[in-house]
Design a protein around this ligand. Sequence first.
Ligand SMILES: [Zn+2]
Ligand SMILES: [Zn+2]
Length: 186
Amino acid sequence: MSAKRNRRIPEGLRIDLSGVVENVGDHTRVRGSASLEFSDIYQAEFVRGDDISWNFELRRITGGVQVTGDIMGEVPLSCYRCLEEFRHTISLKVDEVVLTVATGQREPGDMDDEYMVLDEQLDLEPILRDAVYLAIPVRRICSEECRGICPTCGENRNLVECGCPAREPDARLKPLADLKRRLEGR
Ligand SMILES: [Zn+2]
Ligand SMILES: [Zn+2]
C-alpha cells in the first residue's frame, strides 16, 4: 500500500512531535478518526471518515515514542457468502514503541511502513493498519445464519425464497443416472 498516493488523508494521522513531546517523559494525548476504503479483500487505505476512531497517549521514551491507547469503531466488510456489506465492530488496545530516526540515519533497506518517527513526524497509519487488519476476521460472514447467494439463480437467499433446488445435480453424473434408470427399467 502506498502512503504517498494522493488521497484524503485523515486528520490526526500524521503528528508533528516537535515542541510537543520533546523530552523523555513528555506525553500528550491524540485523537483521530478515519474510514477504510478496501481496494481488494486484504488492502485498505485510511481516508477521511469515521469508521474507526483512536485515542492514544504518546510518551517520549529514550530512543523513541511509546504509543498506547484504544482503537474502536466498525470496519465495513463484504460477506463472502452473500456479498453484502456488513460492519464488523472492533475494540482494540495498542501498546507500541516507535523508534525515532533522523533522515540521515535511515538504512537503505528500511521500509516505509516500519514503525518509526522520521524527523519528528509520527505517522500513525502503520500502527492503525496492523492493529485493524489483525482484528478483521478470516471468516467474513455477515451472520452465522447467512444463507448466501443461490448458485442457480444468483438471488440473495437471505432476502428472497427463490425456490431453486437445494443442489443442482452434477452434469458429469448425468450419464450414470441415465444408465441407472435404464437398468432399473429392465
Ligand atoms: Zn452474508
Ligand atoms: Zn435460486
